[in-house]
Write a protein that binds this ligand. Structure first.
Ligand SMILES: [Zn+2]
Length: 171
């Protein structure tokens, strides 16, 4: 993956984007407006006690987090990610609440693929992964969580990249 600002295509249906704070509007133009699945890679700098909507209050340790979601409505991936990269004004979704204490440092996108539940489960199986907030983003599915914690921020590379890609149909 090229660091900095460029969209990096790893294969036909998947791209990974690093997101410098000062170039997010430009980066967003590179994201397809098609539907698909995405992962936000987030960083939490210091321990924090967070209210997550009606789920309750949770202690969140510093480290890296991955939030898995999908966008199959109007606006597609670009529209949804524009929301996730803008400052949080009135928190609605669980991830809005979480973002009040976290910054997004990378985005993974699988255009056209509905793999959010497979990816959420797969990420939680990685070494060191944990579920800081049970049922986060998983009100409407059977997943343990759609927010996975890691001791360090993870990058789209190596074992994780290969195994995530394997979940995409047609690969
Ligand atoms: Zn799920």
């Amino acid at each position: 993956m090229r660091k900095g600002a460029d969209l990096a295509y790893h294969w036909a249906t998947m791209c990974v984007l690093t997101l410098p704070i000062d170039r997010r509007d430009r980066e967003l133009e590179s994201i397809p407006s098609a539907p698909g699945t995405y992962v936000l890679i987030l960083r939490v700098e210091a321990s924090v006690r967070l209210q997550i909507g009606r789920l309750g209050r949770f202690d969140v340790p510093p480290g890296g987090y991955a939030y898995v979601g999908s966008a199959f409505g109007s606006g597609g991936l670009r529209g949804r990610l524009r929301h996730h990269l803008a400052p949080v004004r009135r928190p609605h979704w669980h991830i809005d609440w979480f973002r009040t204490a976290a910054s997004v440092c990378e985005v993974w996108v699988a255009e056209g693929a509905a793999v959010e539940h497979a990816w959420a489960g797969h990420l939680l199986e990685q070494p060191g992964a944990f579920a800081p907030i049970p049922r986060f983003g998983a009100s409407d599915c059977g997943c343990a969580t759609h927010l996975i914690g890691f001791p360090q921020p993870i990058q789209y590379a190596g074992v994780i990249a290969d195994s995530m890609a394997a979940h995409i149909p047609g690969r």
